[in-house]
Design a protein around this ligand. Structure first.
Ligand code: GCU
Length: 418
């Protein structure tokens, strides 16, 4: 099954719920809105320099996303150990070394990093890091990759019953992870099954890594699954920093859809991510929520009550009251390179709104003297646009992450990591 079909399941559920809340996919019906001012502090002071941004406004915005959107991410102070679970030095017909590393947290919680490193690399290599939807075994049809034992959504097509992955999931995400292509361009690839970190269902919390933080409970600001997934991405960087094959100063984090939301939030909080890439992340990710185009806050909170902090529900049907919008999430990544991608048929994720977050984050990149994307119109499908520090493309087609998307990410990463 590709991510496309997987996402469709949720899409249909959402459309049903939307009987009560009409989904707008008509640009002429986007209401007039005013975005929260990026370069003005909450007390009304103008932000005129990098120092003002970094000392005053950036921390303010970060706090607002914690308080009102994703919830608070706890610190890291816990014992963690790394165990190599498997090694194959001749993976991909000898082109790569494949390892699986278990990141062992207390209370028997863990996440498994599947890592491919090109065998022809000279010295440390840059790496793409992203969470996957179906388990590490879904990247390749290779019986040696251990099958995930973590919770999985039941799926008739894949024969997943009782929430356990089956052999049918082996290689099921190959189209989404063109491993050979990525390695042939001189990058390593690291991925983790997202349900190792937080099983993606409304009652997933008790089986998630969140139980390691019983005190992280400021009312209304408890972190949701997106916060947990982002935390897991940072723990993966902790590991990559110890791996002699990897240049941990060159980690590009990316994610598709809900995992794109997690990649953006991870990139906003943790400056070790050298490039941040959002693929079709939509509502609660790159899309400007005030546009109310496609999925809305009310719909996402209803369908996925476990993704965000409880506080986010205050903004159901009240987008204009949210003290932030998602251009500010992108701006938190500045001055690091950021890339946003849409798909032309993925109206649910609001391609135009995804582009506009990037566009409206521009003033912060400009503070740092970086060239920005200065057209308020999203580029047409199959015509990527970029400066050194901002990139965008709209792939022709539906909600998915495919080779075309990866080709653009590799080109963009090459500018910084090569
Ligand atoms: C649903 C959801 C989106 C999400 C997507 C996915 O469509 O409404 O917000 O991005 O699933 O993760 O595939």
């Amino acid at each position: 099954m590709s991510v496309r079909i997987y996402a469709l399941l949720f899409f249909t559920a959402a459309v049903r719920i939307s009987d009560a809340q009409p989904v707008n996919q008509d640009e002429s019906k986007v209401p007039a809105y005013t975005l929260p001012a990026l370069l003005k502090t909450s007390s009304g002071e103008a932000v005129k320099s990098v120092t003002d941004w970094e000392r005053k406004r950036r921390p303010e915005i970060l706090r607002l996303f914690e308080r009102e959107v994703y919830g608070q991410t706890p610190g890291t102070g816990m014992p963690v150990s790394y165990q190599v679970k498997s090694v194959e030095k001749a993976a991909l017909g000898g082109k790569a070394t494949r390892r699986e590393i278990r990141v062992q947290f207390p209370q028997n919680k863990f996440m498994d990093i599947l890592l491919y490193v090109p065998n022809d690399a000279r010295g440390k290599v840059p790496v793409f890091l992203g969470l996957n939807f179906l388990g590490n075994q879904s990247l390749e049809k290779d019986p040696q990759i251990p099958m995930t034992a973590s919770w999985q959504r039941n799926n008739k097509g894949l024969g997943v019953t009782e929430n356990r992955a089956t052999e049918n999931t082996r290689g099921a995400s190959m189209l989404n992870w063109p491993v050979e292509y990525i390695l042939s361009k001189g990058y390593a690839l690291a991925t983790i099954y997202y349900c190792d970190i937080f099983p993606d269902h409304a009652d997933g919390r008790d089986a998630s890594i969140q139980v390691l933080f019983p005190d992280n409970k400021v009312p209304q600001q408890e972190w949701g699954a997106i916060g947990a997934w982002a935390w897991g991405l940072s723990r993966a960087v902790d590991y990559l920093e110890t791996d002699p094959a990897i240049d941990a100063g060159k980690v590009a984090v990316l994610g598709h859809s809900r995992l794109g939301k997690a990649a953006l939030w991870a990139g906003a909080q943790d400056k070790r991510f050298g490039i941040v890439i959002s693929n079709n992340s939509g509502e609660g990710g790159a899309a400007i929520t005030r546009r109310r185009f496609g999925e809305t806050i009310a719909i996402i909170n209803k369908n996925f009550p476990h993704w965000f902090a409880p506080a986010y529900k205050k903004y159901d049907n009240r987008e204009d009251d949210l003290p932030v919008d998602y251009h500010e999430l992108v701006a938190l990544i500045a001055p690091r390179p950021v890339y946003v991608a849409s798909a032309s048929e993925d109206l649910w994720a609001d391609p135009k709104g995804e582009y506009l977050s990037l566009y409206h984050a521009g003033p912060v990149y400009r503070l740092y003297g970086k060239k920005v994307l200065d057209s308020p119109e999203a580029a047409p499908a199959q015509q990527p646009v970029s400066t050194d520090f901002m990139g965008y493309h709209m792939r022709e087609g539906g909600h998915d992450i495919l080779l075309y998307d990866w080709e653009q990410y590799v080109k963009f990463a090459d500018r910084h990591f090569k």
